[in-house]
Structures are given as C-alpha cells and as structure tokens.
Design a protein around this ligand. Structure first.
Ligand code: NAP
Length: 280
C-alpha cells in the first residue's frame, strides 16, 4: 500500500473521471474534484468538491493547493473544444507543487497535452484509452424500445476498454513511481465485432436483440436525427470505417500497470444489464 496522497480529479462527473475518483478512493487516497456546478454533481462520501472552470484557469489556484497529483481532461464545454488554457493550468500546477499528472488523451493534439509533454518538472503520464465500453449505452433506447441495434460497419473490430480500468491505470500512475513519461494505450482483454457486443448484451439481459446493419448514408441520417455535430459524424465514419490498429489490438496495459486482468465486455454488460431492460 502506498502512502495516502491527495489528488485533484478534473472531469470527475464524466464517464472516466468518476472511475478515477472511485479507484483512488478504493486505494485509500484523498480525492478533491473540480466541477463547474457542485449543486448538480453527486460524489461518494469523503470527496472534497471545488467549483471551477478549466477555461477560466486563473480561478483554479485554490483547487490545486496541497495536491500531489492531478488528473486532467484536455477539453472544455459540451463541444469538447480543446483547452487553450492548458499551458496556464500547467504553470499553476507547477507553482502549487503538483508532482504527478495524468492526462486523458482526446484523440488529437491539444495545447494542454503539448504543454504536459514539454514539462520535465512533473512526472506525467498520457492515458490513451481505445473505445469505451460505456459507448454501448447509446444502444439502450433502441434495445428497450424495439429490441434492435442499428449500426453501420458491423464487422469493425474493437478492443474496447472498461472505464473502471482506465480509472485504475490513472489511479496507479497518479500515486506510484514508475509511470513518468509513459503514453499508455489502454484496452480491454479481447477484440470484438459489433455482433459480438450485441450478443454479449443479449446474454446479460436475457432477451433477443436484433442487429440491423445500416449503410453509411443511413447511419449519417440517424446521427443527424440525434443532433450529432457534423465534425463528430465525420469522426465516427472515419474511426468506424477505418479503425486504427491500436483500436483493435489488445495492449496488456491494464494488467501491466494494475496487476489485475482487464475487465471483459461480459463483465461490463452484467453490471449494466438494467440499462438495457424494458422500462415499465
Ligand atoms: N468515448 C470514447 O470511446 C472515448 C475513447 C477515447 C477517448 N475519449 C476521450 O474521452 C474524453 C471524454 O471523457 P468522458 O467521456 O469521461 O467525459 P464526459 O463523460 O463527456 O464528461 C465531461 C466532463 O468534462 C467536464 N468538463 C467539461 N467542460 C469543463 C470545463 N470547462 N471546466 C471543467 N470541467 C469541464 C465535466 O465536468 P462538469 O460538468 O462537472 O463541470 C465532465 O466531468 C474526450 O477527450 C474523448 O476524446 C473518448
């Protein structure tokens, strides 16, 4: 067991940040979280909540006081706009004496990540998860309403990762030696097609689920109807149609860093089965 440390987690109400918080608490550390709206956020007991906005970096100094580690997201706002304040956040972290930083990679270069990589005064680790298992929750409405998943590129391969494992890798990198300067591709333990995922959810829920393959045009129509921005639609067509090798190759990072095997999609589906059950 490492010594208790105090860590600031940004993005802590998000899919990954919540898991970083849970994994740090499970390892006995003190957790402070940053959120733009404390009244809307719910955190486990014992978590210290500080309000702040990463796009207004000058207000962040109090949140950084007395923490040894910092988990960062690279964006601000609902459109995932890259944080121009990244370099300033790094300056503030350095002045506050932060020793370790993890960054949740956002898919491309950002001023924040560039500033972190250029900083030789802190031990930084870049976390590069592949597709989150939680993305399957987007199928919940279709499954509960009509027992269907409607997707393009159904043969595409994904080494999707359990969000809890991203949190676990972050928690270790933030509190233990040996992870400085690493760029960790974080995957699950197996490579699955869309059909494999649908079968796994069907088994967990105990009902049949049909997989309806969409053409690219039908998928774009469906995403536009769900108000996805055009740049997100372009990104989805690219990664679904042309998944990079890293996205469909098991990396082994979870076991190497945490000492525990990566969680399977069957485990994830069992934990989330209720989300796919008919609502009465
Ligand atoms: N989905 C995938 O398959 C996948 C795969 C790899 C990487 N990623 C990357 O993962 C990231 C998204 O992570 P996520 O899904 O965990 O996020 P999320 O669930 O969308 O949550 C967004 C978080 O960002 C915080 N936030 C947004 N703007 C903020 C601001 N201006 N100041 C402070 N906090 C702010 C929100 O906090 P409050 O609302 O509480 O302030 C919230 O906690 C993206 O960079 C994405 O590229 C996603």
């Amino acid at each position: 067991m490492t010594q208790t440390q105090r860590i600031l987690v940004t993005g802590a109400t998000g899919t990954v940040g919540r898991q970083v918080v849970a994994e740090l608490l499970a390892r006995g550390h003190e957790v402070r979280v940053l959120t733009r709206d404390a009244a809307k956020a719910a955190f486990p007991a014992g978590v210290e909540v500080v309000e702040g906005d990463l796009t207004e970096s000058d207000g962040l100094a109090p949140a950084l006081e007395g923490v040894s580690g910092l988990h960062l997201i690279t964006f601000g706002g609902a459109a995932f706009t890259p944080l121009e304040t990244g370099p300033r956040i790094l300056e503030l972290a350095r002045s506050a004496g932060v020793r370790r930083i993890t960054v949740l990679h956002g898919g491309g270069p950002t001023p924040l990540e560039d500033a972190v990589r250029a900083d030789d005064g802190v031990d930084w680790t870049v976390l590069k998860p592949v597709e989150f298992m939680a993305n399957a929750l987007e199928w919940a409405d279709g499954i509960t309403a009509s027992g269907e998943v409607r997707e393009p590129f159904v043969a595409r391969l994904s080494a999707m990762v359990h969000e809890g494992d991203i949190g676990a890798v972050a928690a270790v990198a933030l509190t233990e030696e040996g992870h400085a300067g690493q760029e960790y591709v974080i995957t699950g333990p197996e490579v699955l097609t869309v059909a494999d995922k649908v079968k796994t959810i069907a088994a967990a829920v105990g009902r049949e689920i049909a997989l309806v393959e969409l053409t690219e045009e039908q998928a774009v129509e469906q995403w536009r109807a769900a108000y996805l921005p055009e740049d997100v639609i372009g990104f989805l067509l690219e990664v679904y149609g042309n998944t990079p090798e890293a996205g469909r190759t098991v990396s082994g990072t979870v076991e190497k860093v945490t000492g525990r095997p990566a969680r399977t999609f069957a485990q994830w589906a069992a934990e989330h089965a209720d989300a796919f059950r008919e609502r009465s």
